[in-house]
Design a protein around this ligand. Structure first.
Ligand code: NDP
Length: 325
């Protein structure tokens, strides 16, 4: 079997997830994990761990680099740097900045004769594919995306910055009645508040003013003030016991009409016990596709919209026609 040699850049939640996902794919082999931190501090005696300053030494040993840095600040720097040397897959998820990031990656990868697929994951990623599918199949219709129930990293960070808060987690929860309305096909116009609920679990500092914390969270602009927000105070032990996981998920729904007004509905949903492990599994499948496309001579940047579905699979086109059509 043709082995695809993979490098992981960045060893956080996603990086660790990619390592596990590679173990489930016999045609894919882990070559090295690159980190900006001191190697021994990230993992002791791990033969795969390499300091990022040595990445160029692996130019001929790695077919595809999976970039697992954060979207907020890491990828805008690491993406173009690494695309000069390797084919890449990343999960850049700052939706508003995707066009700008694409242009930068496209230019770099084209000049280097490499191929980069950007913004792979579930949103952007699998949800994007389903939004596109909904729009082309039902050109007369309405799109709905609901997220959750899941932990929002950004909102959890915002809670932790409130005075008197020791620790906290925030779940984004889709409003069940809104989902039902959408599924009924009545094409409702829904406000931000009507679609999602924000549920917070907060560990207060000793002697903190709980009422003040609750008010500050509920009225926080951009994060909570546009939502119905629930604030629950719990102990550090309860937070660690009941809220340590990284669940997420959501729904992409398109309702519309065909013919003379015949009602139709498409729905795609995810319920994930681990957001990073699931996202990592998607990245690994796209690494396989990028490997095949680069062998065909494709260069520059692309997105999930440009990758043929069958290329994600280790099976041949003939096998897929027989087994999955
Ligand atoms: P992390 O914060 O866990 O890791 C990001 C980077 O931070 C790592 O690559 C690592 O780089 C560094 N890092 C990790 N742990 C530590 C630590 N203890 N101390 C210092 N540095 C550390 O982020 P995630 O892995 O959870 O997520 C990465 C990105 O994935 C997110 O920003 C998001 O954009 C994207 N994502 C996309 C999804 C999608 O659907 N498209 C879904 C989920 C996530 P280094 O090893 O070099 O130090």
């Amino acid at each position: 079997m043709d082995h695809i040699r993979i490098g992981i850049v960045g060893y956080g939640n996603l990086g660790r997830g990619v390592r596990k996902a590679i173990n489930q794919n016999p045609d894919i082999e882990l070559k090295a994990i690159f980190t900006r931190r001191e190697v021994g501090a990230v993992a002791e005696n791990d033969p795969f761990m390499v300091h990022i300053s040595k990445i160029a030494d692996y130019k001929d040993e790695i077919d595809v680099m999976i970039l697992c840095g954060g979207s907020a600040t890491d990828l805008a720097v690491q993406g173009p740097e690494i695309a000069q040397l390797f084919n890449t897959v990343d999960s850049f998820d700052t939706h508003a900045k995707i066009p700008e990031y694409f242009e930068m990656m496209d230019k770099t990868a084209k000049e280097a004769g490499k191929l980069s697929v950007i913004s792979v994951g579930w949103d952007p990623g699998l949800f994007s594919l389903n939004r596109l599918l909904g729009n082309v199949v039902l050109p007369e219709g309405t799109d709905y995306t609901f997220w959750g129930k899941g932990i929002s990293q950004g909102h959890s960070d915002a809670i932790r910055r409130v005075a008197g808060v020791k620790d906290g987690k925030q779940y984004t929860v889709p409003v069940e009645s809104a989902l039902e309305k959408v599924r009924s096909g009545s094409n409702p116009q829904l406000t931000t508040r009507e679609k999602h609920l924000r549920v917070c679990y907060v560990v207060p500092e000793e002697g903190a003013d709980l009422k003040a914390i609750e008010e500050t969270i509920k009225n926080m602009p951009n994060y909570f003030s546009d939502y119905d927000t629930e604030v629950n105070f719990i102990t550090k032990e309860e937070l660690e016991k009941n809220h340590a996981g990284m669940p997420h998920g959501g729904f992409v729904i398109r309702t519309g009409v065909t013919g003379d007004g015949t009602r139709q509905k498409m729905e795609f949903s995810l319920a994930l016990d681990s957001n990073p492990e699931f996202t990592a599994s998607i990245l690994v499948a796209y690494a396989r596709a990028i490997y095949k496309m680069s062998k065909e001579g494709k260069t520059g940047a692309c997105t999930v919209f440009d990758v043929p579905f069958g290329y994600l699979s280790p099976k041949t086109a003939a096998e897929l026609r027989k087994e999955m059509l």
